[in-house]
Design a protein around this ligand. Sequence first.
Ligand SMILES: [Zn+2]
Length: 166
Amino acid sequence: MNAEKNKVVSFHYTVTGEDGEVVDNSHERGEPLAVLLGHGNIIPGLEKALEGRAVGDRFDVEIAPEDAYGPRNPEAKQRVPKKYFPGAQKLKVGDVTVLGLKDGGRRVVTVLKVGMTAVDVDLNHPLAGQKLKFDVELIGVRDAEPVELQHRHAHGSGGHAHPEQE
Ligand SMILES: [Zn+2]
């Protein structure tokens, strides 16, 4: 069975940024990441690169910003009241933190300036504008459960956890 849309793939990965520094990897977590393919759960470039691969395949892929976290928008800055940040007192310039949005979503932001009552943040994803290199090892491919297709993400080991159901 090969990796394709609506299959759950599990894989180990190491991501390296343009400066050659490792920005993320699954090995430290111990278990591979499990993802339902074809539903935008991972960056488009990685979905494409996994397509058609077989278990045991190991490959390197370079992904352009357009297929990763998008181009960097220099205008994407915002002043946000401190109350919207968990742990605002400890924030300092350069910190990457998560901002809760009105619609319930979350956004990764970088702190530009900390004022008395507000924090200036860069709304670009920290990896926006960067070409990324992924080193991927495909560990498993399986059919998705109907409930996973309904939720549009993988469950179980390495997948989406639903604490409310446990
Ligand atoms: Zn779910």
